[in-house]
Design a protein around this ligand. Structure first.
Ligand SMILES: C=CC1=C(C)c2cc3[nH]c(cc4nc(cc5[nH]c(cc1n2)c(C)c5CCC(=O)O)C(CCC(=O)O)=C4C)c(C)c3C=C
Ligand SMILES: [Fe+2]
Ligand SMILES: [Fe+2]
Length: 338
């Protein structure tokens, strides 16, 4: 029996595009204190307000990108799990932080296969409490609740691992060869408050130029990790500084989120005369509603209405063989911790 088992974790999707299922999913997601980080009564109030209109709007958006087999994020993640099973001589289970298959189900399935160590292979390149910390907490909760005798090793965030950056650069090269005016790196956004909360230096990590300078704060600075990733990929692609930029999408609510916002950047690039725009979303390893609908549909329409001619969405790494080899290599060689 294998000592190590892999728990592949991503965010998760609603069970279907029915409004009731989307409401259940959004409630589970947004009531997570790592996501909406307010005291319970305020969080309950705010999320209840969001749940008045958002489920119907999101259900329509999900319906526009849903596949026959289900949610793209979940279907792609199942393909990744199957590819890893083919490559690895150890158990591999898939789990979603919200919705199904749950983390509880995945951890128990690994325990039943007799593994002594679980490698939590979350699929988040950059650190955020709302993604990485909450997944770790849920795995720890399940291990404790069921008194499982397993060690937990956590894959560190991989925004700067050369093999991840190479896979992204290699997968985008064919799109660049078709000709382009600009490459936009669009990352999922985050409330600025979330950056300040996890800054170990206790200072505001948003002073001008901060994220371009080395700092101990950047071990947990989502913004620095995103901006550093863009630069590393642009260097691999041999781009000049005026040929690429970074922005942050998917803002929710009224709080200030990390800027610049992708929506504003799309208008600005069109106004600057960019006609053929490539967009890459390196915070997502699998295509999902945020890439396919927000960028591929709404973003494209916005860019063209603003005067652009073409927006090409570069697919995420998904289950591309080069990326599958990288993940399998990490599963074999990641040192045991914990
Ligand atoms: C890539 C990392 C992600 C971070 C950081 C993140 C933070 C974050 N997200 C919300 C709110 C929503 N996100 C939604 C979808 C969604 N988010 C991520 C990833 C990150 N989120 C993914 C992969 C997805 C796609 C899920 C899918 O089924 O395809 C949604 C749901 C969709 C919608 O209604 O728009 C919400 C809501 C917050 C508030 C937040 C940080 C505080
Ligand atoms: Fe999100
Ligand atoms: Fe910073």
């Amino acid at each position: 029996m294998s000592e190590r088992g892999v728990l592949l974790v991503n965010l998760g999707s609603p069970a279907s595009t029915e409004v009731a299922d989307v409401r259940r999913y959004l409630n589970q997601f947004l009531m997570d204190p790592c996501v909406v980080d307010l005291p319970w009564p305020l969080r309950r109030l705010l999320v209840s307000l969001i749940l008045v209109r958002r489920p119907a709007e999101s259900a329509a958006a999900y319906a526009s990108i849903w596949w026959d087999e289900g949610s793209p994020l979940v279907v792609i993640s199942e393909r990744v799990r199957d590819q890893l099973r083919n490559r690895l001589d150890m158990p591999v289970e898939l789990a979603m932080r919200y919705g199904e298959p749950s983390i509880e189900r995945g951890v128990l399935a690994l325990a039943q296969q007799g593994v002594g160590e679980i490698l939590l292979m979350h699929q988040y390149p950059q650190f955020a409490d709302s993604t990485v910390t909450t997944a770790i907490r849920e795995v720890e909760r399940v291990i404790e609740q069921h008194r499982l005798q397993v060690r937990l090793t956590i894959l560190p965030v991989f925004h700067d691992r050369p093999d991840y950056l190479d896979a992204l650069a290699d997968s985008s090269r064919p799109h660049l060869e078709g000709g382009f005016d600009h490459l936009l790196f669009s990352y999922h956004g985050l409330p600025e408050r979330h950056l300040q909360k996890v800054d170990p230096t206790g200072r505001h990590c948003l002073t001008p130029g901060c994220c371009e300078r080395p700092s101990p704060a950047h071990a947990t600075c989502y913004r620095a990790q995103c901006l550093g990733g863009s630069r590393a990929i642009a260097q691999r692609l041999g781009l000049r500084d005026d040929q690429w930029s970074s922005a942050f999408q998917s803002r929710l609510g009224r709080a200030k989120w990390i800027e610049p916002y992708t929506e504003a950047q799309l208008d600005e690039l069109a106004a600057r005369g960019v006609k053929r725009l490539l967009v890459m979303c390196p915070a997502f390893t699998a295509d999902c509603i945020e890439t396919l609908e927000e960028i591929g549909d709404r973003g494209r329409e916005q860019f063209i209405n603003a005067g652009g001619e073409e927006l090409v969405l570069i697919p995420c790494l998904n289950d591309q063989p080069q990326w599958m080899d990288v993940l399998a290599g990490w599963a074999r060689s990641e040192p045991v911790r914990g």
